[in-house]
Ligand binder design. Structure first.
Ligand code: NAD
Ligand code: DAU
Length: 356
């Protein structure tokens, strides 16, 4: 079992990163410090952690605004906080955006990961009690046909600028382990959902469009398949890996929960019809098939037996329960939604946060 003291979490103001910080500080016995480094791009939102900031800032939680591509900033943070663990979430994460403009994906996902690795290698030298954990995606494995699963040994076959940039960062992490002996672990996870997800990804797009009675855009024939996992289950897996995972190893994380997009959208409509007391079919009428995403991967499905067998991890939230929790979260966070949708949360940051 590793003992972690000063953890640099990158991208901790984003969807999964913010849930991770919350999980570690509220649901584990971690006694060290979390330093959250985030550039606050459109996807980074300090409101995601405002309660945590209030309760713990300056004690065991510290926020630092900055870019993972900025080597001076990273070096300063390693020195200032004597970082012994990096948990690297920061990335450009949306496939559609990567198709419209891949540049930021190359910069952040590849150059940013490289910058972090270089700093860790230089600062840690031959230290053994340190760890660089890289958070990655199942999309690096490409697209499956009707059968089969992604294993840790599945050859890489990324097909979008996003997945190509993540694959590239995965290779760099492995290379730093094999060439320089940097202690690393890596995880490749399937589609996450849950509170604080930016409304550009399928589930929050659908929930918010249903609420606003706007069209529900389903790409292509709606039969693409994704494997959905509640965000806290992803984070509990990452925590198990950084505590107990074998150095140099990759672990797949998944929901074992495959859904065709159209079936998932139907389920969301049905749940919302019940919740909002509308007649059956009221929201389904909003479903609109739209032009497909270019290069749209057909099916993802993760085999996560290694993680289950070696580290004893398991999913804890089933999909029905997780979707209900997520719907209730969006229904009770109107201000968060308004801020995201109006760009107001930028002003919120100016008001509530002084750069340190
Ligand atoms: P997100 O887009 O919600 O958040 C990304 C965060 O990174 C934001 O807070 C953003 O401000 C920050 N960031 C972006 N560029 C940065 C930079 N140059 N320097 C510092 N901070 C920067 O993403 P997410 O969905 O929370 O994903 C987090 C990680 O998990 C990513 O590495 C992603 O590839 C991976 N992942 C995501 C999913 C998923 O379903 N969302 C599944 C598997 C893996
Ligand atoms: O598999 C893990 C990946 O999951 C992560 O690495 C990515 O960061 C994350 O964004 C996610 O990628 P996807 O492309 O699978 O997620 P997205 O929510 O964008 O789309 C899910 C599916 O729904 C996909 O088949 C495209 C489809 N879709 C999406 C949106 C936003 C629609 O049909 N309509 C939509 O409006």
């Amino acid at each position: 079992m590793r003992s972690l003291k000063n953890i640099l979490v990158t991208g901790g103001a984003g969807f999964i990163g913010a849930n991770f910080v919350r999980f570690v500080l509220e649901k584990t016995d971690f006694k060290g410090r979390i330093i959250n480094l985030d550039k606050l791009t459109y996807a980074g939102n300090l409101e995601n952690l405002s309660d945590i900031e209030e309760k713990t800032a300056g004690k065991n939680y510290f926020f630092e605004k900055g870019d993972i591509c900025d080597s001076e900033k990273i070096k300063t943070l390693f020195e200032k906080y004597d970082i012994d663990t990096v948990i690297h979430f920061a990335a450009e994460s949306h496939v559609d955006r990567s198709i419209h403009g891949p540049k930021e994906f190359i910069e952040t996902n590849i150059m940013g990961t490289f910058t972090l690795l270089e700093t860790a290698r230089t600062y840690w030298k031959d230290k053994k009690e340190v760890l660089f954990h890289h958070v990655s995606t199942d999309e690096v494995y490409g697209s499956l046909g009707e059968t089969g699963f992604f294993y840790e040994t599945t050859p890489y076959d990324p097909r979008s600028p996003y997945s190509a940039s993540k694959a590239s960062s995965d290779h760099l992490v492995n290379a730093y382990h094999h060439t320089y002996g940097l202690p690393v672990t890596m995880s490749n996870c399937s589609n996450n959902y849950g509170p604080y997800q930016f409304p550009e990804k399928l589930i929050p797009v659908m929930i918010l469009n249903i609420l606003n009675e706007k069209n529900l855009p389903v790409y292509g024939d709606g039969k693409n398949i994704r494997d959905w996992l509640f965000v806290e289950d992803h984070n509990s897996a990452v925590w198990e890996i950084v505590k107990k995972g074998k150095t140099g190893e990759t672990y797949n994380i998944g929901g074992e929960n495959e859904w065709e997009n159209i079936k998932l959208v139907h389920t969301l409509c049905e749940k919302m019809e019940k919740r909002m007391k509308k007649e059956s079919g009221y929201y389904k009428k909003l479903i609109t098939y739209v032009k497909d995403r270019p290069g749209h991967d057909r099916r993802y499905a993760i085999n996560c037996d290694k993680l289950k067998k070696e580290l004893g991890w398991n999913q804890s939230v089933d999909f029905n329960q997780g979707l209900d929790l997520t719907i209730e979260w969006y229904l009770s966070h109107n201000e968060w939604i308004q801020n995201i949708q109006s760009g107001e949360y930028r002003n919120w940051i100016e008001k509530n946060y002084q750069e340190r």
